[in-house]
Each structure stands twice: as structure tokens, then as C-alpha cells.
Design a protein around this ligand. Sequence first.
Ligand code: ADP
Length: 477
Amino acid sequence: MVAIRRKGHLVHPPVPGKEEPLFKKILIANRGEIALRVILACKELGIQTVAVYSEADRNALHVRFADEEVCIGPAPSAKSYLNIPQVIAAAEVTGAEAIHPGYGFLSENAHFVEVCQACGVNFIGPNAQIIRTMGNKAQAKATMQAAGIPLMPGSDGTVETVEEALETAEKIGYPVIVKASAGGGGRGMRICNNAEELPELYNTARSEARIAFGDDAVYMEKYLLEPRHIEVQIMGDLFGNVVHLGERECSIQRRHQKLIEESPSGALSADLRARICETAVKAAKAVGYYNAGTIEFLLDKRGDFFFMEMNTRVQVEHPVTELVTGIDIVKEQIRIAAGKKLSFTQEQVVQRGHAIECRINAEDPWKFTPSPGRITALNFPGGPGIRVDTAMHQDAVIPPTYDSMIAKLIAYGSDRDEALARMRRALDTLVVEGVKTTGPLHRKIIDHPDFISGGFSTKWMEKFMDELKAEQDAAKG
Ligand code: ADP
């Protein structure tokens, strides 16, 4: 059998007797670790890959490991990774049959999905209508309400005036949160404690939303004081089958952005887990969902949970679910997009052991300011139970243009204690020189008694950062 050799590495030919390859060639419309993650899945499936890249990413690993590569523009995302005509042209020139969007960039852009369809390229994700419905948070909530999914008390759709905002807050009770309908990535939110501060916060939320998302629509919710963020991974196929792959605990957050994720969550009893996962499946079925998606909930201290939003793409934190279920979510996404049935049933999904993920960013760990630059020395941990999802390499330059993630460190163990012990030694053998990283911060978090006992909420990091500051001030004398 002849293997095709391009750019010095092998494209694996299909294995005789196995089913036909799903697609012959996939273009990955992304960069960084997720672009590489998709390339690895394609290699395992015998699918050729096309990398697209900006001028800033010429030497990136996703470019090196793809079978073909197309430069789609200069560094700014709007001119490259978000440039729909360029991405589509790259697919047409290379003859890619499908596009995997990863997360971020074009992954939740309904217009892009429609353009793909019009050009005869398969989009690896749900259809434009689902993305449009779930991408607008106010509309998503209305849809979920109609489906009988428990919602956070809040406004009926968007809130158009200050007067309406005041009335809504009066009805649901303070504190409240004003959120951008088009928001994402932890941005476009304002917490408000009383009627005096509401008018100003409402107006700043709107103008911020306009600047950040080009859409100033906002809605309101009751603000829960110490909730936990629990999300459920779901997968569906084009035949109407929808299953869940269990939950992820994502309560360790800073400025509403996740830092550490784990599965399973220590906050759920077997009964609560079953209820929250079944609710997620019901929510997904209500919109005819297919491909990979995540339903996010907030869980309060009484054990009540509320739908917050749905992400219609693969999540950054998908590896923790892969490790505890043994299911390769990205390969399954590709299979589903190629029109295959889900390769497993709900009964076959078993959560086994425990997985934890730390997002290692190029940031000053104590000030949380970006730390772009060149990586002068690099060692990633390995050994039993450690997975590193990254596209970094020695001498790589972390440009200030894109997000600052260096790697995702994921530890798996037969139980949480073992996963934590592995994460500790992984963090201790992680070497990144040339830029500052959040590694030391993660090490401190996972050693904290509250983290070890599992007694934390989305508010915990704030308290922890205060503790750290007091410690540092005391050390300074
Ligand atoms: P984004 O799409 O920007 O990530 P989300 O709606 O998913 O925004 O919310 C991100 C985080 O903000 C949540 O995980 C939670 O910590 C906090 N949050 C959002 N809504 C509320 C709320 N109603 N009460 C308390 N915290 C909230």
C-alpha cells in the first residue's frame, strides 16, 4: 500500500476492511492548540488536513503538522481567522470537503455556516438556525422557557429602557446581573446591588455591549451569590439521537472566565447528576440539536439549577470529559458531520475516574496581565495520566494579537486524589521560560484546603486572590 507523503510526513491510507473515510480532506479554520487537536483527530481517522494561518502564525505547529497550508491574511483576526471569503477560498482551492471551526473565531457565526452551505462545504457543527437561536442569549432563554427548562428568574427577553430595568429588578429582587444578549467569554456583564446604581450600570452595560459585540441588547437575571457553574456535554446526530457525556465543574473562575475544570463535579449527588444531565438532553432536543454542544447551568446551594446558556461548539475544556468517558469528542463531531449515527448509546457512556484541567496562560500569575513574548525554554510534563493539549514549541512567539493560552494540562486519576497528585507533579515539572505563566497560581489553588475539600463556588477565586494579596503584603513587611 502506498502512503502519500507531503511536507515530509505521512497521510495514513484507509485501513482495508474498515468503513470508507468520512471526509477525504478537512480544513481547520482556527489556530493554536485546538487547530492541532483537530489535526490529530483527522490523522487518526485517515483524513487529510488543511491549515489556514495568519502571517503571525507562519511557524506555528498547526501549520507544520497539516498536510496543506494556506495563508489567509495578516495578523489581526478580522483580516485572517475571521475573514470568511478567505477561509472559504482556501477550502475551495484545496478541495476540502468540510471545515472544522474549533472554538472562538467563526465557530458560532451563523452567517459563516450559511456561506459554507451555499458553497457546498460541510460545516462541522450544528446548522445556522440552531446557532442563531442559541447564540443570542435572550432568545436562547425564551426558547428554553418554552421547552420547560428551569431558568434563572429574570427579564422576559431583552430590557429596552432604564425604567424597564428598574421594574424588572424590583420584581426579581437585588442583586441582579445585566448581561449582553450577544455576550461571550465572560464579557458584557454588570452586577448591580441596588436601585441607585442600576441606571448607570445598565447604560454602561449597553454601551460596552455595543462596542464589544456590535449589538447593545441586554437582558437581566437574578444574581446568585455563591453558585457553582456546572455544564453538561451533549452530543447529537442527524437522526435525532441526543446523549449526554456527563458534567463538568467549572466554578474556579476569574472575571467570569474559567481557570480550572474537572469532571465529575463533587457538588452533585447521583440523583442531581441524573436530573441535570437529563435536563440538558431535553434542552438540546428542544432545538433539534446535533453535533457537540454544552449546556451551562448555575447550581445554587439548595441544589436548584438554572439554564444559563448553550455553547454550540466544542469547548476548551472538552478533554476532561474525554478522559472520564473515553470518548473522542472531536472524532465524533467529524463522524456526525459526515452523516453517521452516534457511535455509542446513552447506556454506553460511563464516567470513570476523575479528570482536572488547568489552563496555562502567558500571564503574570498574580497581576493577571498578559505576558506575550518568545518561549526560550520549554518542558511539558508527561507520565501516567497526564495529557497536554498545546501548540507551543521552543522559540515560539506568543503574539499579543491572540489569546494567551500556552497549554491545557489535564490530569486523570482513578479518583480525585490521584488526579490532584498527578496535576501537582505535572505543574512541578512544567518549565516555561521567556514568558510568565499562570502555572504557579494553579499550583497554589490546587493545594488550597477549600479546593481539596471541594467547597468552592464561582466567587471563591475573589476570596483567594484577597488571601494571596494579604500574604504578599505581609511578606513585603
Ligand atoms: P459568557 O458567555 O460570557 O461566558 P455566561 O453567561 O456563561 O457568560 O456566564 C459566565 C459566568 O458569569 C458564569 O459561569 C458565572 O460565574 C457568572 N454568572 C453569569 N450569570 C450569573 C448569575 N445570574 N448569577 C451569578 N453568576 C452569574
